[in-house]
Design a protein around this ligand. Structure first.
Ligand SMILES: [Zn+2]
Length: 262
């Protein structure tokens, strides 16, 4: 078994242990949500495809404007470095994936991958930059990573984003913000909302992740996308949330947090 295959197998084994029973009984089908301006905060270029590919596809279909903000860029600790890929290549791949998914804006911050969690100064600048970014864009819905999962960048960026959003809502700086939606990459949320992944959306997720050749050199992300999608699809079948009109057996699961109107 080569390293990539081994690493993928290990990740799926870990995910298999932590996915079961992580959902609420009353699930919201996100098809009923009406957002016009969505911001997706992705710790790394590729998280937007893995965690939110179906959401991007769905909300574009609803006429929403979607911006993806990628927080980190590759650093000396990035794994792709060992496979002779450059940060520039990964960035180019993200633009390629953007054209596959068809969303509107792709923006970058410049925080070093795998260094945020241990650096309080970097964390402070991230919070300030994110606050200003949201004030400038005024989204009505923000997708954030899951602070309870295994990747250190996802954890810290999830936690800090949650704090920035809560504070901005409280101080009325984020005038349009209605909801934060926590999405899944390396670990489950307690799912309280979902979107089925249509055949078209699934094809886009797969085509999108294939753009990330640098990342696919170390892990088979197609298999990860497949595992998460089927796990959430199975949960929907088990909760009774699956109404007869639900046609697809795979889904993206989220934790939807609505901000109360002030
Ligand atoms: Zn990531």
């Amino acid at each position: 078994m080569d390293t990539k295959e081994f690493r993928t197998k290990l990740l799926i084994e870990k995910l298999s242990k932590i996915y079961p029973d992580r959902f609420s009984q009353n699930l919201v089908d996100m098809r009923s949500a009406e957002y016009r301006k969505i911001l997706i905060i992705a710790p790394h270029a590729d998280d937007e495809v893995i965690g939110c590919g179906a959401a991007i596809d769905h909300f574009i279909g609803q006429g929403a404007h979607i911006t993806v903000l990628i927080v980190t860029q590759e650093s000396s600790r990035s794994i792709a470095r060992y496979y002779d890929y450059t940060p520039q290549q990964r960035m180019e791949e993200s633009y390629e994936a953007q054209s596959v998914l068809g969303y509107h804006e792709l923006e970058y911050f410049n925080f070093p991958e795998l260094m945020l969690r241990s650096d309080a100064l970097l964390q402070k600048s991230f919070c300030l930059e994110l606050h200003d970014f949201i004030v400038k864009h005024q989204p009505d819905c923000v997708f954030i990573p899951n602070k309870e999962e295994m990747h250190p960048d996802h954890q810290i960026i999830g936690e800090l984003s949650e704090g920035v959003l809560a504070k901005g809502v409280k101080s009325k700086s984020f005038t349009q913000l209605q909801a934060a939606i926590v999405y899944e990459i390396w670990g489950p949320v307690v799912m309280n909302s979902f979107l089925e992944i249509s055949d078209t959306a699934y094809a886009k997720k797969i085509q999108g992740i294939r753009c990330y050749r640098s990342q696919l050199s170390s892990v088979d992300y197609e298999k990860i996308i497949e595992f998460i999608g089927w796990s959430r699809g199975k949960d929907l079948a088990n909760t009774g949330a699956q109404s007869p009109e639900l046609k697809f057996k795979i889904a993206e699961g989220y934790r939807l947090c609505n901000y109360k109107e002030n």
